[in-house]
Design a binder for this molecule. Structure first.
Ligand code: UT7
Length: 340
């Protein structure tokens, strides 16, 4: 059985409120709150994607009781690594001293953590590796145009991590005993029950950020930096249509009904998207924890930070049935159903 056995998260120290942003662009707390639900975000000043990732990873390893040397695999999902080379995962490997791990990055924007989970799951499922660390980490503030009020109010920085293990069945039995002892009435935890992913490159330009332009002795081109640009309404429509659909498929594949899901942990982009998904699934908002008020949209880091937040607030019990769902640039999307 393949399970998440530990989680961790980290955000920068500097908290920036909507009123703070009102001093640098033509916006207001009222507009940002009412259109998005966001009240503040954390922005890196001294922090790096690597540093935030390593902090989140150390917490996840401690929660799982797994040492860095035991890790076989590290997958980091990011669109904002500190360097082109080496990759973020290798930098995290170095910071942790995880010398036995294979490490590589994955870019699927705001769905990145779901794609990392899917990839790690398949490696563990085949038996090739037993213990994986998956991370979603961003310092989006460095690819945002801080003069563009339509995007700069939305995003934040941070990292979330999870340890994924292929747990032998006998450990599952021990867990079942401890679950019963905890009095939650849960049966044997079955770990990850289903994963469904999707992509549509045809609609990719609704949310984009160019890389550095080609620059070599054979081309004359102004080199310039590009920042995130987004057709917010198109992304909004895509999200409210696609997310309920992919969740429905994943829940069905898990052999469950939507009503049996205890928590839906969605990518934190906009409270109105979360409310629309809840409505389409006919599920109460109490099942949809939210941290975007505090953190804004942290792309690949958003789902694992939320997972860590709800775990720390004891909102997850052994046997809880949880959906994780992401959506974003690419376009990409994905959902998984797991039993804690
Ligand atoms: O993680 C990636 C996924 N991304 C998303 O999920 C984003 C999805 N989209 C959204 O969340 C929403 O579309 C936004 C929050 C980005 C925008 O909300 P909206 O209700 O679609 O607003 P809008 O773009 O239609 O803009 C409405 C008005 C415009 O002014 P006019 O043309 O009506 O005069 C904008 O210029 O609001 C203006 N506006 C702002 N006003 C104050 C745009 N940004 C701001 C701002 N402050 N920050």
């Amino acid at each position: 059985m393949i399970r998440i056995t530990g989680t961790g998260s980290a955000v920068p120290a500097r908290r920036v409120t909507n009123d703070d942003l009102g001093k640098i662009v033509d916006t207001s707390d009222e507009w940002i709150r009412s259109r998005t639900g966001i009240e503040s975000r954390y922005l890196a000043v001294e922090e790096t994607t690597t540093g935030l990732s390593a902090e989140a990873a150390k917490k996840a390893l401690a929660a799982a009781g797994v040492s860095a040397e035991e890790l076989d695999l590290i997958i980091a999902a990011t669109v904002t690594p500190d360097r082109f080379l080496p990759n973020l995962s290798c930098e995290i490997q170095r910071e942790l001293g995880a010398k036995n791990a294979v490490a590589f990055d994955l870019n699927a924007a705001c769905s990145g953590f779901l794609f990392s989970l899917d990839t790690a799951y398949m490696y563990l499922r085949t038996g090739r590796y037993r213990k994986a660390l998956i991370i979603g980490a961003e310092t989006l503030s460095k690819i945002i145009d801080w003069t563009d009020r339509s995007t700069c109010v939305l995003f934040g920085d941070g990292a979330g991590a999870a340890v994924l293990e292929n747990v032998p069945e006998e450990t599952g039995c021990a867990d079942r005993a401890s679950g019963a002892a905890a009095g939650n009435g849960a049966g044997e935890s079955r770990g990850i029950l289903s994963i469904r992913m999707g992509s549509d490159g045809g609609r990719g330009m609704v949310l984009s950020c160019d890389n550095r332009p080609v620059s070599n002795p054979y081309v004359k081109r102004e080199s310039g930096l590009s920042y995130v640009s987004m057709d917010g309404q198109e992304v909004y429509k895509f999200a409210v249509r696609t997310v309920p659909h992919i969740i429905g498929l994943a829940v069905e594949e898990a052999g469950l009904a939507v009503e049996e899901i205890d928590l839906f942990l969605l990518h934190q982009a906009n409270i109105r998207i979360i409310e629309a998904v809840a409505k389409r699934l006919r599920q109460p908002m109490e099942k949809f924890p939210v941290n975007l008020r505090d953190c804004g949209n942290i792309s690949a880091a958003s789902v694992p930070i939320l997972l860590d937040n709800v775990r720390k607030h004891d909102m997850i019990k052994k046997g809880s049935k949880i959906v994780l769902a992401g959506f974003g640039a690419g376009l990409t999307w994905g959902a998984t159903v797991l039993e804690w």
